[in-house]
Design a protein around this ligand. Structure first.
Ligand code: ADP
Ligand code: MG
Ligand code: ZN
Length: 477
């Protein structure tokens, strides 16, 4: 990269799928009318006291164990002090010196190459409210529904050396969070958001350059673009003899560039101190091993199993493990019908297409694994052709009926009777003597012409492979 190496460290905030907020019993839901989901605790009224939601600790440990962290037997909540209208207490409750999880790592693959990104820490904290500036002229509005919604912050070491690697890390982390039922992973709505720290240094050197922190990217694409832009910007500054300024910058997606937001605050600006309202969080070995024992299989493990047990290509395994539910759907089908690659093809094309058209997830898909397996079975038995199967599939999706039922009722079936096909083929060859002669004189490409005629004659019902074999035989004898 023009003689420079990039260094990237990522801070991810994941909103937790708990029923209630982190320190009060308000619901941790989104999409409610503004300021209808608050209470004196999350509004920061004097005299109220926070009570920690046990589930937040449990979800934090789950992620910590899944990312190879050590779990602190004792961790401490701290106050991060700053003023902003969306923070009525004047401080955010977070963890500072003693986080819940430390020193983990995530193994990822970038262009077929294995990479390990170390995780510095994972800590619990509360979210702030939301200020709404757009379309409000000189005034802004504040919605406090989000105040006190639990978050995990996952901080990576500056181990990432390129934008693709950054995205691969984020995808893997997001997938783990979703598999573990910790977070819904929605980037547009901000339940999975990422601040990216980036710096550059002369290739091969070890001392870190000055970093900038990027915010406001709400998709993988924007993260990649923002990082690419910023790396270029840093290199440009250094090449022209300037110095990068440590600051926080916002990604402006419309203009395709980062813009200065504020000079970077230092940790001591926040006057962190242990929150006197909350006792330290203590977890014992029994609790930790209980969480460990109830961890579901991680996405990397499922991908590996799909390759090893079913002989699927790595690409297929990647697509099928998008979500845990999709992988389960595949495995259900594969249990019923021993045709993993065909099942995979059907899911990757037809099933995913319907899901995206209908804007639903596999959990709400109308065709059951048994239903899809039955349909693919009919194709394998030669009873219907691949293209018939697609029609039957559409019908299954719209009517909810079974493949066999549709085939029977509509009289859809493939003509696989050899004698019958042979008779039809003879008729076609006799009806087209010129083409038959040319074929016999060496223009074997005309086979397609005959197959086409035969398919037309049988209204597409002929088994195409059988038909073409028979035509070839007849033309060559
Ligand atoms: P802060 O307290 O300002 O958020 P941290 O030391 O906690 O700073 O680091 C935040 C993130 O910045 C981490 O993900 C870390 O890996 C990353 N980081 C630190 N130094 C650099 C650097 N020189 N270049 C890129 N990323 C960095
Ligand atoms: Mg930070
Ligand atoms: Zn509340």
């Amino acid at each position: 990269m023009r003689g420079y190496d990039a260094v990237i460290g990522l801070e991810v905030h994941a909103q937790l799928l708990t029923d209630s907020k982190i320190f009060c019993s308000c619901r941790a839901a989104s999409g409610l009318p503004p300021n209808t989901n608050t209470c004196p605790v999350c509004m920061g009224m004097p005299g109220t006291l926070p009570v920690l939601n046990r589930k937040v600790v449990e979800l934090g440990m789950r992620l910590g164990l899944a990312t190879n962290c050590s779990i602190s037997r004792k961790s401490v909540f701290a106050r991060k002090n700053y003023f902003y209208p969306d923070l009525p207490k004047g401080y955010q409750i977070t963890q500072h010196r003693f986080p819940l999880c430390e020193n983990g790592y995530l193994d990822i693959e970038v262009n077929g190459e294995a990479r390990r990104v170390r995780i510095l820490r994972i800590h619990m904290e509360e979210d702030a409210g939301k200020t709404i500036h757009e379309g409000r002229g000189p005034s802004s509005l504040v919605d406090f529904n989000r105040s006190g919604v639990p978050l995990l912050e996952i901080v990576s070491m500056p181990d990432i050396t390129g934008t693709e690697e950054a995205v691969a890390y984020l995808r893997e982390l997001r997938q783990i969070l979703m598999y573990l039922g910790i977070c819904d992973g929605n980037m547009e709505e901000g339940s999975f958001r990422c601040d990216a720290n980036v710096s550059v240094r002369p290739a091969g050197t070890r001392v870190y350059g000055v970093r900038t922190e990027l915010k406001n990217m709400n998709s993988f694409r924007n993260i990649q673009k923002a990082l690419d832009f910023e790396i270029d910007r840093h290199i440009g500054i250094l090449e022209s003899g300037g110095a990068v300024e440590q600051e926080t910058r916002l990604w402006n997606a419309a203009k395709g560039r980062t813009e200065s937001m504020r000079s970077k605050e230092e940790s001591h600006d926040y006057r962190y101190f242990p929150d006197p309202d909350l006792v330290p969080v203590e977890v014992d070995d029994v609790w930790i091993s209980h969480v460990r024992d109830t961890l579901p299989e991680l996405p990397s493990r499922v991908r590996q199993r799909l390759v090893e047990r079913y002989g699927l290509p790595a690409y297929d395994a990647g697509v099928l493990t998008q979500t845990r539910e999709l992988a389960e759907y595949f495995e259900e089908c594969a249990k019923i019908l021993d045709a993993p690659k065909e099942i995979s093809n059907w899911i990757m094309t037809e099933v995913l297409r319907v899901l995206s058209e209908q804007g639903i997830s596999i959990a709400d898909f109308g065709v059951s694994p048994a239903g899809l397996a039955e349909l693919i079975g009919l194709v394998r038995q030669g009873l219907i052709s691949g293209s018939m199967a697609k029609e039957v599939f559409s019908e299954m999706v719209s009517s909810g009926r079974s493949a066999a039922g549709i085939v029977k009722e509509k009289g859809i079936s493939q003509l696989s009777d050899e004698q019958e096909l042979r008779d039809i083929a003879r008729g076609i060859i006799e009806g087209n003597p010129n083409e038959a002669e040319k074929y016999r004189a060496g223009r074997t490409g005309l086979l397609g012409f005959f197959v086409g005629k035969l398919m037309a004659e049988t209204e597409g019902k002929a088994n195409p492979r059988l038909a073409s074999r028979i035509l070839k035989e007849l033309l060559e004898t």
